[in-house]
Design a protein around this ligand. Structure first.
Ligand code: FNR
Length: 358
């Protein structure tokens, strides 16, 4: 049972202060589902500790008058680069789930990426947002089923598609209560029977996973922006560019899929070099503050997605909590920019604002 409060707790100074409030509001199952990393949690831990290995270089005395965090992505203007990452089943965290997150994204003039595994309909969520949103697509086992889901999202106003590819074989990490479901999905495909010498992984689950041909096909189905989430290998990044992807999300799914893959930040500079302006680079996994956001921007990201921290806000105080988390991180980002002598997101990239410690 979710017990959400509707006011901002008194003691909040930073986004991470919401974490203990969220824990107190959620069942232990929902909390575990939200916080857990895969395996021993090595990647989960590395995602955030790596930010501490990077130093900021202060640049006092520079004129930062007129500074701002505006940006334009695919012709859409946002006030700040802190997008809300796709997070499944948000009614686990608040009785009004995704609609609260959508309201907060709009209130902060930002963007929400709605998960294929949303617990409210894509129509209800976009209506709550009163602005076009982005849709995160999971492969639905075959092209026809995937196309039906894609068309439904496009027809109700989602104007960018983010295809997540790093979690094709992922065990459901929670037994969902009866009233919470992935309401936008058709019933699961029944897997064909396996011969005794076949593998459940290779011949069962992976038989329904997408491949590069499917990416090329999907690209052709979508007129608007098409992003791929979850590529970390440089050859895969190159291939996605060849296939005409408009954007990439450098992400390891918040350390939730394959433990000991690299932290997202450690691979970002090399990916940025390969992409070299040919596509838009989003970054997630491990951002907990505006300083972290600044560092990811300095190392090559055009924009960021935050995951668990906004859910802490959602669980603690609904839309108000999500909006507050975004605002707190944006304030910290602005402060970091000012103390680093940078007025715009482009200047963060152009100046030497961070030092990679060995
Ligand atoms: C996720 N993430 C995720 N990603 C995705 O593409 N589709 C999804 O449905 C989900 N669902 C989901 C549920 C929960 C509970 C979590 C914590 C994460 C991954 C998410 O979009 C993002 O990549 C990470 O959360 C970013 O890491 P941080 O900010 O949580 O460290």
């Amino acid at each position: 049972m979710v017990e959400n409060r509707a006011v901002i707790p008194q003691d909040i100074l930073t986004a991470t202060d919401y974490q203990t409030h969220a824990k107190a509001c959620l069942s232990s199952e929902a909390w575990q589902y939200l916080e857990a990393g895969a395996g021993k949690g090595v990647t989960l831990a590395a995602n955030s500790t790596i930010f501490d290995d990077i130093s900021l270089m202060p640049r006092p005395l520079r004129n930062v008058k007129g500074g701002h965090t505006h940006l334009t992505l695919f012709g859409q203007r946002f006030e700040h680069p802190l997008l809300l990452a796709p997070i499944a089943y948000q009614r686990l965290f608040h009785q009004d789930g995704e609609t609260m997150t959508a309201v907060a994204a709009s209130a902060q003039a930002g963007q929400m990426v709605v998960s294929s595994l949303a617990s409210q309909t894509v129509e209800a969520i976009i209506e709550a947002a009163q602005q076009p949103l982005w849709f995160q697509l999971y492969w639905q086992g075959d092209r026809l089923r995937t196309l039906r889901l894609l068309k439904r999202a496009l027809s109700c106003g989602y104007n960018a598609i983010m295809f997540t590819v790093d979690a094709p074989v992922k065990q459901a990490a929670i037994t969902l209560p009866n009233h919470i479901q992935a309401v936008n999905l058709e019933s699961p495909l029944t897997a064909s029977a396996l011969h005794p010498n076949q593998s459940m992984v290779f011949d069962g689950w992976m038989a329904q996973a997408p491949n590069w041909d499917d990416v090329a096909w999907l690209r052709d189905q979508i007129k608007g922006p098409f992003l791929i989430k979850g590529l970390l290998h440089l050859e895969d990044v190159e291939k996605s560019l060849e296939l005409g992807c408009d954007g990439l999300v450098v992400s390891n799914h918040g350390g939730r899929v394959l433990d000991t893959v690299p932290s997202s930040l450690s691979v970002l500079p090399a990916i940025a070099k390969v992409v070299s302006g040919k596509a838009c680079i989003l970054f997630d996994s491990g951002i907990r503050s505006g300083q972290d956001a600044f560092k990811a921007l300095a190392l090559g990201a055009d924009a960021l997605m935050i995951g668990r921290p906004y859910v802490w806000g959602l669980a603690s105080a609904g839309a108000l909590g999500v909006a507050h988390v975004v605002r707190l991180m944006r304030d910290e980002l602005e402060m970091t920019m000012a103390l680093s002598g940078t007025r715009t997101l482009a200047e963060i990239k152009a100046f030497n604002t961070v030092i990679l410690n060995q």
